[in-house]
Design a protein around this ligand. Structure first.
Ligand code: FAD
Length: 642
């Protein structure tokens, strides 16, 4: 599908206009969604209520972490925005779990908020098929059960064949600070009440969730001499497969402090002020990012909680005290902050708060993230009950891809659980739903040795290329890296190393013991503790040929060769397991299947199956409460109904 690039702006000026895809919301889901749709060739409009807040981080200034870093690498492998923006905005980079196995190693970047946001905006504005327009969307145009566009707050109609809603925490957003409460999408932004009303009137299951953020503190009022410093890694990892360290801005350390008994006493004495404990909010908050008052109640026996002091930016005096999210009154926030070591004279620049908002049960979506009730209407991000920038961005990307594909009559792209964390995320959401903000963990993936950060490009860049999402520069860089890995594997397999090549000292240093007999360099690499770096430091082996690759890409080649050598056996075993389960994943269930007519199924399971409408037997088997006997009944029913 071609789009007249030059006239995007002109076409927009002649509103109403028909777009292929309209994305509503310029947050993390929206920017990935809009750029993905546009990259794949769809004529796309990003409608957001404030262009200045495109790419804004509502809460902590950080990208990645365990499970989340995996999603960022997958987004990047498909040509997305987040990894590239993190490289341009990151002011401290670390590889978490660096000493653990490759499946759970994860990249995390502390970001300069302003630089990150500017990078996202730059990448969005650099997308030729994408037009931007600043307006709040107040209504959906729905015709014959299919979305046909949106209406803005000032009554402008924009028509499109698919609409992706990525409105985050804004739907009916209510902010709580102590007993004060007011409408807001996040601090400083208005809530989306008109759109919330419209959506509540549709045949979609709506609920309320909450999240919160800590007060921000002026760094000049903190006594850093009393705090432990936490530097980033040196050399710093990069996020994007196209990234280089040269893109990173100046790197700075974070610091660590702790709550103490006095802090906990203050909080315990003021719990009645908290929106949750006073009963003003009864929705669920993020289990893995609880407020400090939640932590004091839930972990009553702990006498201290860690706080990471994260700089908000290179040109900002504000810091983000990660670990003390709160909705207590401002007076209590000040008292609890000042009870903490190093914060005795702290000046709070922004109060912490909790926010409650509408979300929609994601079981009402299919694997393309399209609502089952309204054709062409896609939901992505916090609106689906998730929490986190990365989870939002990943869904946005997938919804954007599928919205664009649908307008071209192409089948949806729905990665399987063994192909991508993206597949795990979406399958978890649409199959199991969520009653509390969902965040990604590596433990959610059953085949995590296959779904590593380091091989996200090998898993997804070829698919992305086929779908028109990966440009030539990325494709060339990917194929060069892939060829370098293959060439190095062949070279090491053919290189026979004799004991004399290593010498006793070298053998001892490299292998922990002298080499007893000749072995291929590839076999040496399989030994525990032998790294590709150390192996190629041996004169008889020498470095890998990585002509034309950046230093970062060449390091990635060595890492890849090492991981594939060491984990080949485990990886083969996981592939066997996947092959065994493949039959269930391939057995499709009709979308309109009448579960009431399946003999022998309990009413509870009938209701659950009817709510989810699983696409396959494999998905049905993951619905909570599903039993092997029930799966057999479904298979029998399928067979009988031909
Ligand atoms: P958002 O980033 O919220 O973006 C929504 C976008 O939609 C915005 O650009 C907005 O302007 C736009 N918009 C909204 N309504 C309309 C409309 N009607 N018309 C046009 N545009 C519209 N995540 C964590 O992982 N851990 C945390 O501890 C955490 N705490 C948080 C605390 C607070 C107070 C908030 C607000 C968020 C917190 N988050 C946290 C969540 C994190 O910010 C979100 O997960 C992430 O931003 C979701 O991305 P999104 O794209 O879905 O939505």
């Amino acid at each position: 599908m071609s789009f007249d690039h030059e006239s995007a702006g002109t076409a927009l000026n002649q509103a109403p206009d028909v777009f292929d895809v309209i994305v509503v919301g310029g947050g993390h889901a929206g920017t990935e969604s809009a750029t993905a749709a546009a990259r794949s060739g769809a004529r796309t409009l990003l409608l957001t209520d404030n262009i200045e807040t495109i790419g804004q981080m509502s809460c902590n200034p950080a990208i990645g972490g365990i499970g989340k870093g995996h999603l960022v690498k997958e987004i990047d492998a498909l040509g997305g925005v987040m990894g590239r923006a993190a490289d341009r905005g990151g002011i401290q980079f670390r590889t978490l779990n660096a000493r653990k196995g490759p499946a759970v190693r994860a990249t995390r970047a502390q970001a300069d908020r302003a630089l990150y946001k500017a990078a996202v905006r730059d990448l969005v504005e650099g997308e030729p098929n994408l037009a931007l327009f600043q307006q709040s969307v107040a209504d959906l145009i729905v015709e014959d059960g299919h979305v046909a566009g949106v209406m803005t707050g000032m009554g402008l109609a924009f028509r499109a064949r698919a609409v992706v809603l990525t409105v985050g925490t804004f739907l009916g957003g209510t902010i709580h600070i102590g007993d004060k409460r007011f409408g807001g999408g996040r601090a400083g932004d208005s809530p989306s009440n008109a759109l919330a009303e419209r959506l509540r009137g549709l045949d979609l299951p709506v609920g309320r969730l909450k999240t919160g953020t800590p007060p921000r503190i002026d760094a000049r009022s903190i006594d850093y001499s009393r705090l432990a410093e936490q530097p980033g890694d040196d050399p710093a990892p990069v996020f994007s497969f196209m990234g280089t360290r040269a893109e990173h801005p100046r790197q700075v350390p974070c610091h660590i402090t702790y709550t103490n008994q006095a802090t906990h006493d203050i909080i315990r004495g003021r719990l009645h002020e908290s929106a949750i404990y006073s009963g003003a909010i009864d929705s669920a908050g993020p289990r893995y990012c609880p407020s400090i008052e939640d932590k004091i109640v839930r972990f009553a026996d702990k006498d201290s909680h860690q706080i990471f002091i994260e700089p908000e930016g290179l040109h900002s005096n504000e810091v983000y005290p990660n670990g003390i999210s709160t909705s207590l009154s401002f007076e209590t926030q000040l008292a609890l902050v000042r009870s903490i070591e190093g914060f005795e004279n702290a000046h709070i620049t922004r109060p912490g708060y909790a926010i409650e908002y509408d979300y929609f049960d994601p079981r009402a979506l299919n694997h393309a993230l399209e609502t089952q009730a309204i054709g062409g209407l896609y939901f992505a991000g916090q609106i689906n009950g998730t929490t986190g920038y990365e989870e939002a961005a990943a869904q946005g990307l997938l919804a954007g891809i599928n919205a664009a594909r649908a307008t071209r009559g192409e089948p949806a792209w729905c990665p399987r659980r063994d192909e991508a964390y993206l597949g795990v995320l979406v399958d978890d959401l649409v199959t199991r739903g969520t009653i509390e903000p969902y965040r990604m963990f590596t433990s959610r993936a059953e085949h995590r040795l296959l779904l590593r950060e380091d091989n996200a490009d090998a898993r997804l860049t070829p698919v992305g290329r086929d779908m028109g999402l990966v440009d030539t520069a990325r494709w060339d860089a990917f194929t060069a890296r892939r060829e370098a890995v293959a060439a190095e594997q062949v070279r090491l397999a053919a290189l026979v190393i004799k004991p004399a090549d290593l010498g006793d000292d070298h053998g001892q240093a490299l292998l922990g013991s002298p080499l007893a007999q000749a072995q291929s360099a590839a076999d040496l690499l399989k030994r525990p503790g032998v790294t590709h770096g150390a192996l190629t430091g041996v004169a008889a082996i020498g470095p890998a040929a990585c002509h034309g690759l950046s230093v970062e890409a060449a390091t990635a080649v060595g890492e890849q060769v090492e991981i594939q050598a060491k984990y080949a056996g485990y990886i083969a075993r996981q592939r066997d397991e996947i092959d065994r389960a493949a039959a269930h994943e391939a057995t499709r269930l009709p979308v309109d299947m009448d579960y009431a007519s399946v003999t022998g199924l309990s009413n509870e399971l009938r209701a659950k199956l009817g709510a989810v409408h699983p696409a396959t037997i494999g998905q049905a088997s993951r619905i909570p409460g599903m039993t092997p006997a029930a799966i057999s009944l479904l298979l029998v029913h399928l067979k009988k109904s031909g």
